[in-house]
Design a protein around this ligand. Sequence first.
Ligand SMILES: [Fe+2]
Length: 192
Amino acid sequence: MDCWAYISDPILERTLCGLDAGVASHCERVARHAVQLGALLGFDGHDLGVLGLAGRIHDIGKLHVPAAIVQKSGRLTPHEWALMQRHSETGQRIVLAQRDIPFREEVALLVRHHHEHWDGGGYPDGLRGDAIPISARILAVVDSYDALTSERPYHRPRTHAEAMAILLPERCTKHDPDLLDLFVQRVIGAVD
Ligand SMILES: [Fe+2]
């Protein structure tokens, strides 16, 4: 399956129109880097397609988070953070409701779990280690790197070195260490 074939899918159009341009380009990069990492791991075409599609719409649940929270430049209050964290579960429900998304159950599962942490400290389910679907672990790594190196309402874009100084200490806490190592050595070092 070619994940890039779904650019004109209605839900993607709504996603790209409903979220700002920065979010849309972030999702495109997450999808591209995730597919590169999946390919290095030997994923077949089906799994690469599911991964690419999930990467493109992983934050679709943010459409249901108040824009004032998504775009807030300051620190989120505990209540705002709780609302923000709902975007992964909301995203899963949105994807499952779209009959026109191929393999939507698999895509929706990755959307749900893209903020789980290797040590069990993530959300929404606090899954740990290998219990987290490997494609969701991939999305967590590439999403984190791209978020750090992108302009956000609450921070300037970090340089690669600055992003590494944040990401590497998260090896074995937030991120699957093997996937983070492979991403740093073979994906980030090879593109852009
Ligand atoms: Fe997210």
